[in-house]
Design a protein around this ligand. Structure first.
Ligand code: GN1
Ligand code: MG
Length: 380
């Protein structure tokens, strides 16, 4: 039995032979949340009627060029969190991911076509959100990412490989962007001259955090680096953010990367690929909800400098993401999955519209950070 999912043939019997799934396969569905890996839910039924679900993922090895180091990171981090959840008296089935090893005791399986597969526990009675439906939801997401950061605060940083080198190094991202424009591999650069100009005129923003890091003024931490709202699983009953997922980019980084990227995605009043950019703006209410949640979970451990740059990081991470979408559009859509030819350009436009709105609102955002610190009794 082979199944065609999103025009890709998934050899199901081969995967069934590779992992120790329990029961008889009943159903396979694909999830379409992410831009990088291919994700499926496999549902099984045991003889006694007990149902088991697993999250099966095909790794994108164009993006993750060193799957061994990546899975070493993921196994190390998930084991660490597993222990932290146990220590806190939590539920390890639902509050952290763990990797199901293959029958050959490997953290991933390479199929006959050279494709890489791994398997995680499925988080029951939980859901993800594609957009912020209420301030409470975003507040809960912030607490979940803050808790995630706390749980990994004592993880040995030198044990983590850089799964994508310079992932949020905005100076090198800017250089990559300029190279994409110069190479113009797709020949589409002139369709985006305004957007290119927008990015080029913001070069000086790109070195702000990198300079502070290099000067030792911002600490390197274990960070998630992809803190989109849809990387949090929310409990169906309480709506608390119970588990942070998508651990492929857990690497040494700045806490500001995680904060800023959350705001980029969740405080935008429009979807990441909204075609009508007049719908794009930075919701100050959502910004406040996230800031409050994040500071209440991680605030004590943040330095004054980190707090000082929270608002700015929202702008910088949005600019970076816009440059990445635009660079990929100009490179010929080789990195992010796209649904139509201009998809990356559309995504870039929403990001740059959000950057422009954040630039207008920075003083207000800064004031919100100050107010939240005061409310929580955090010294700045
Ligand atoms: C990608 O895989 P996903 O959709 O969670 C990307 C992030 C971007 C994001 C933009 C490994 O995340 O860096 O911010 O798309 N992940 C990688 O939506 O490049
Ligand atoms: Mg993701």
């Amino acid at each position: 039995m082979t199944t065609v999912l999103e025009n890709k043939i998934v050899n199901i019997p081969e995967l069934l032979g590779a992992f120790k799934f329990k029961g008889k396969l009943e159903n396979v569905t694909q999830l379409f949340d992410g831009h990088i890996n291919n994700t499926y839910i496999f549902e099984f039924c045991e003889e006694n009627g007990h149902k088991n679900k697993y999250l099966v993922q095909e790794l994108n090895t164009y993006v993750f060029k060193d799957p061994d180091s990546l899975m070493e990171n993921v196994v190390g981090v998930t084991n660490h969190m597993h222990n932290a959840v146990i220590k806190n008296g939590g539920d390890v089935e639902r509050e952290c991911l763990y990797v199901f090893f293959t029958k050959e005791n490997k953290p991933y399986y390479v199929d006959n076509n050279g494709r890489y597969w791994r398997c995680y526990n499925y988080i029951y009675d939980a859901h993800s959100c594609q957009s912020v439906d209420s301030e409470q939801t975003f507040f809960n997401a912030a607490k979940a990412f803050g808790k995630f950061q706390r749980m990994l605060a004592d993880y040995p940083i030198d044990k983590l490989s850089e799964t994508i080198p310079n992932f949020h190094n905005t100076v090198s991202r800017f250089a990559d962007f300029k190279k994409a424009v110069a190479d113009n591999l797709s020949g589409r650069a002139d369709e985006a001259s305004e957007e290119i100009e927008f990015a080029l005129s913001r070069e000086s923003d790109c070195s702000v955090l990198v300079d502070l890091l290099n000067a030792g003024e911002l600490p390197l931490r274990v960070t998630h680096n992809d803190t989109k709202l849809n990387n949090v699983m929310f409990d169906n009953k309480t709506n608390e953010g119970i588990c942070v997922v998508d651990l492929d980019t857990v690497m040494p980084g700045l806490s500001l990367y995680d904060f800023g990227d959350s705001i980029r995605f969740g405080a935008n009043t429009a979807a990441e690929d909204e075609k009508d950019v007049s719908k794009v703006s930075l919701s100050l209410e959502h910004f406040k909800a996230y800031t409050l949640g994040y500071l209440s979970a991680a605030g004590e451990s943040l330095t004054k400098k980190e707090i000082e740059y929270l608002a700015f990081s929202s702008k910088l991470m949005t600019l970076e993401c816009g440059m990445r979408f635009l660079g990929d559009f100009i490179n010929g859509d080789v990195y992010f999955k796209t649904a139509y030819p201009e998809h990356n350009l559309v995504r870039c436009r929403t990001q740059f519209a959000l950057v422009a709105d954040i630039e207008r609102k920075l003083p207000e955002m800064q004031k919100i950070v100050d107010d939240c610190c005061r409310e929580l009794g955090i010294e700045k």
